[in-house]
Design a protein around this ligand. Sequence first.
Ligand SMILES: Cc1cc2nc3c(=O)[nH]c(=O)nc-3n(C[C@H](O)[C@H](O)[C@H](O)COP(=O)(O)OP(=O)(O)OC[C@H]3O[C@@H](n4cnc5c(N)ncnc54)[C@H](O)[C@@H]3O)c2cc1C
Ligand SMILES: *[C@@H]1O[C@H](CO)[C@@H](O)[C@H](O)[C@H]1NC(C)=O
Ligand SMILES: *[C@@H]1O[C@H](CO)[C@@H](O)[C@H](O)[C@H]1NC(C)=O
Ligand SMILES: *[C@@H]1O[C@H](CO)[C@@H](O)[C@H](O)[C@H]1NC(C)=O
Ligand SMILES: *[C@@H]1O[C@H](CO)[C@@H](O)[C@H](O)[C@H]1NC(C)=O
Ligand SMILES: CC(=O)N[C@H]1CO[C@H](CO)[C@@H](O)[C@@H]1O
Length: 536
Amino acid sequence: MKQKRIQTPNSLLNLIVVVNFMIVLKTGLSLSLHTISDFDFLDCLIRKSDDPDSISRVIYSPNNSSYTSILQSSINNLRFTSPATPKPRFILTPVHESQIQTLVYCSKKHGIEIRTRSGGHDFEGLSYVSQLPFVILDLVNLKSVMVDTQTATAWVQAAATLGELYYEIAQKTRNLGFAGGIWYALGFGGHVSGGGYGAMMRKYGLAADNVIDAQFINVQGKILDRRSMGEDLFWAIRGGGGSSFGIILSWKIKLVPVPETVTIFSVDRTLEQNLTKIIHKWQYVAPRIDKDLDIRVLMFSVVNPSTGNRTIRATFDTLFLGGTDRLLAIMQEEFAELGLTREDCTEKSWIESVVVGSSFTNGEPLEILLNRTAMPKNSFKGKSDFATNPISEDGFEGIWDFYNNKIEAGMALLVLTPYGGKMSEIPASEIPFPHRLGSLYMIEYLVVWDGDETSPHISWIRSLYSYMRSYVSNSPRTAYLNYNDLDLGVGKTYAEASETWGSSYFKNNFNRLVKVKTMVDPGNFFKHEQSIPTRF
Ligand SMILES: Cc1cc2nc3c(=O)[nH]c(=O)nc-3n(C[C@H](O)[C@H](O)[C@H](O)COP(=O)(O)OP(=O)(O)OC[C@H]3O[C@@H](n4cnc5c(N)ncnc54)[C@H](O)[C@@H]3O)c2cc1C
Ligand SMILES: *[C@@H]1O[C@H](CO)[C@@H](O)[C@H](O)[C@H]1NC(C)=O
Ligand SMILES: *[C@@H]1O[C@H](CO)[C@@H](O)[C@H](O)[C@H]1NC(C)=O
Ligand SMILES: *[C@@H]1O[C@H](CO)[C@@H](O)[C@H](O)[C@H]1NC(C)=O
Ligand SMILES: *[C@@H]1O[C@H](CO)[C@@H](O)[C@H](O)[C@H]1NC(C)=O
Ligand SMILES: CC(=O)N[C@H]1CO[C@H](CO)[C@@H](O)[C@@H]1O
């Protein structure tokens, strides 16, 4: 191996040049430009930093032995781990915000895109994959949580997980919680900037509805808070997707009251137990029932052991902010078809319900919420819809057909999340998330697989999505930003985007998002496949 030495103040520069020199030797001259720009970029980071030694300790190039493990540490969709997936030129894991300011300056100067990653759960891998030369800004070291029970608020840094926040709240009080997502390992930065719903949504709205301040770095590298960014930008980043606008360092949130005792149940029903009728009824009940009650439905195809035939099994997964007696009374009155019994119900503290909600059902300790890698990962593709009218029983029969006869067992999931309650009270333009009054429930389609044989699964979910067209919201057909789906289009111009994903995710709020984007990032530096475009 030939080493090309260049005199620099930092040995890290040598290291980069070496590896790029090797690439040039192997693939010809075309890549030599990369060598130059990588070198200049790194040189910029080190020269512009007020603490060069410190920043050089948090820059990883492909030559560094930790590069791959850091890259993969929070890739939550294994679909984006194949060798063909584009890899970043560098990964920066800042320990100080000034390092991010330096990164913004140098990335702009050298034309390298920034992908910001908090928890890495993006459905399409947008926080760690780009087709253009890019660097991952991995906020993994910025994850502090400061809970203040006196004011019922908290400051939460971007890469803290929901689990870390929930755990920290519960360490201090049993009377407060937060209206964020169900899945404990989500990163706070991405989750909240895309809306963020969980089992208390019908009572308290979305995570983004409960944000009261933020710390943010804009395209000029300035650190802003709510007051200095102004209400337009503060509006946009609460549900409009932070990555179109800049970098969220932390959110200040409002905690919400929770009772000392909540009740949960998880009841299964199959087609042989009249599931189709029960689900049909659920549509009329779940979005209108008491706000303290959230009845989600998760459906799979399973083999019925007694017939040997496939059937659909639905789990009615429920959080009730109250005790068993009141729950049973409400259920008897409104939803007797489910046949809920006292034995199905368990009283717990709110934080214990969070643990079970994340599928830890074997009595795991609360500390499991702090283990980001407690669950295995796989490859997946997801999509979403909003139902604005109840679906007929025939409509459901058609869905069952997709799950039972057109795919292997256990690989696909259908989740129905009821809206109504507080969600219907918040005006559709309050924050960019527009799916409020009139949305009965959200539908999530998910197909999950091991290994890299992608196409049959993706074609399956596309055909299901196409079947659903006549049953769900239309003009526009809507979707949830946090379940982003590149099939909705990757239009980058204003016109293309507003015809496709722009109106699906944001409806009438899209135009205001474009206005804010044009104002705060006119050069469109912060961009990705479905970022808000500028318009002049
Ligand atoms: C297993 C699983 C369970 C889920 N459960 C729920 C749920 O219960 N409720 C729900 O609402 N959603 C849920 N989601 C969706 C989830 O909310 C989104 O994927 C969310 O964007 C994840 O945030 P993250 O920080 O983990 O992801 P990342 O991949 O890090 O980021 C997602 C997007 O936000 C951008 N971003 C991240 N951090 C920042 C930042 N600091 N500043 C600016 N932009 C940033 C990224 O660039 C990317 O565009 C789930 C997803 C998965 C995979
Ligand atoms: C790079 O790799 C070496 C070990 O190969 C390690 O000591 C160093 O901390 C790594 N990271 C950086 C940023 O250099
Ligand atoms: C299904 O519904 C029918 C009538 O609608 C009822 O007779 C039957 O008992 C129900 N089956 C179950 C398992 O609940
Ligand atoms: C199983 O499915 C087959 C084919 O659809 C059907 O003919 C048969 O009656 C089913 N068996 C039972 C027990 O439902
Ligand atoms: C987190 O969970 C994984 C999987 O169960 C386990 O292997 C690992 O040891 C756990 N980590 C910690 C710190 O407990
Ligand atoms: C994996 C790899 O190529 N590592 C190289 C990184 O650069 C140093 C020189 O600075 C080499 O010694 C390593 O072999």
